[in-house]
Every structure is written in structure tokens, then in C-alpha cells.
Design a protein around this ligand. Structure first.
Ligand SMILES: [Zn+2]
Length: 104
């Protein structure tokens, strides 16, 4: 698996390492649902979701940043989002709208 990743020309524009682990929901990873919701939490964890509500623990998958940008290279547009912020879009046709995460 790692050989496959390293032999490929990367299009990952994030300043974190391509091998950085991040969170993705199973709908994006396994059901080809587009990424509509992105968060960069205060612990520096990137999260990529389909935008539906009510994700549960079982819906969460761990992927690398390079896998995320392979799934959707538009995600590179969001590489500058600071900690504690995120972005959503209504569909893949729409522009991203950035927002600040509610910190509990
Ligand atoms: Zn989902």
C-alpha cells in the first residue's frame, strides 16, 4: 500500500505531510459521496465528511491527506484553513464557504 502511494505523482498541496492521518466518513470513502464538509479541528485533525448529519463512530474511517486529495483534488483549495475552522458547500458545483468551528 505504501509503495503505491509513494510511486504516484502527488497532487497534494497541504503543508502537512501527505501521510498525515485524517478522518473521513464511510460515505465518501466507500460510497463515492462527494465531500461537502471539511473541518480542521483544534487538535490539527482534518475531517472530511459528506455533509449529512448524525455520523456515528462506526461511520468514521482513517485516511491520509494524500488519499483525500486523490478522491477530490478540489480539497487542495482548503489547505490554508486554520485550526478551529472548516468549510462547507451545498454541492460539488458550489463554492466552499468557510466557517469557524464552535469550540466547546
Ligand atoms: Zn458521511
Amino acid at each position: 500500500m505504501f509503495e503505491k502511494l509513494f510511486n504516484k505523482v502527488s497532487n497534494c498541496k497541504f503543508k502537512q505531510a501527505e501521510s498525515t492521518l485524517c478522518v473521513m466518513c464511510c460515505h465518501v470513502l466507500e460510497k463515492n459521496t462527494p465531500i461537502l464538509s471539511v473541518a480542521h479541528d483544534m487538535e490539527d485533525i482534518w475531517q472530511f465528511f459528506c455533509g449529512a448529519d448524525g455520523h456515528e463512530y462506526n461511520d468514521i474511517r482513517i485516511v491520509t491527506l494524500s488519499e483525500v486529495t486523490e478522491i477530490d483534488s478540489c480539497i487542495n483549495e482548503l489547505s490554508e484553513i486554520p485550526l478551529g475552522a472548516g468549510a462547507i458547500r451545498a454541492s460539488t458545483e458550489e463554492a466552499w464557504r468557510q466557517y469557524t468551528l464552535d469550540v466547546e
